[in-house]
Design a protein around this ligand. Sequence first.
Ligand SMILES: [Zn+2]
Length: 284
Amino acid sequence: MGGPGSGQWYRWKGTRTTLEGVNRLDVRWLHRHGYLDGCPHWVTWSCGERRVGGVMLALQAEGMVLTYRYRVHGRDWESVRQVITLDWTPCHYGGERPWFRCAGCRRRVAVLCSAGKWFLCRHCYELPYGSQQETEEARLLRKVRTLRARLGASMNLLEPIWTKPTGMHWRTFDRLLQEVFSHRRLRVSQPDVEVTTSSPRTVLAELHARGYRRAWLVGGGQLAGAFRAQGLITEYIVTVIPIILGTGIPLFGAVGPTEPLQLVASQVYPNGLVQLHYRRAPEA
Ligand SMILES: [Zn+2]
């Protein structure tokens, strides 16, 4: 039979699982074709001539009841019974239209997918549309990991980036670091990582409100410059290394206000390093 999974409904794009690549139930299709009449119906999915799945479906008092078989790759088949809640909303031109209530997130959706044991919405299974090829999150995570690899940092996003790889120019290092830090739309699934689009001042205020008193900024001159531009740096410890490198790189990438400084201390090291400790001068 033709089913909600027949023809172009079922198709693989590359090796990634997309919304189009899994068996789906569309409540509008079921409603339009009389599947929600209270009688049991057999719904199948096919890929060309080959049947790739099927469920028994019946609308009952408790909801839409699905019975089907499921198995994890390499394990035995198990019988599954899933009850899906239906919501009915009025249509513009009279009558009512049905919605699935996703058992995973309680969203009201028209389509449920079978990408695991249960029929859940595409958000729960994190299924991208085939046309997207890759979710935005996955794309950005991949990009960050590529940059971290270039910086010689580990693939663990929780670990800071410590050192510049030998042979890489500081400017390149700084720029790559900026890229890692500036993926503003990145959403991360790891609970310990937060990505913010807020300004440095807001971030500090939030950290302060949460009881943090110190934050270690791991980044280059531009990142520090962003904090300086908002007047958030009160003390500077500048170390002068006795090497002339030719073209210089600005200490703080971004332009910022002119700041008079007061020398607090200075220390000379036997190897020629001079460390200068400044505090921002009080405003006149
Ligand atoms: Zn869901």
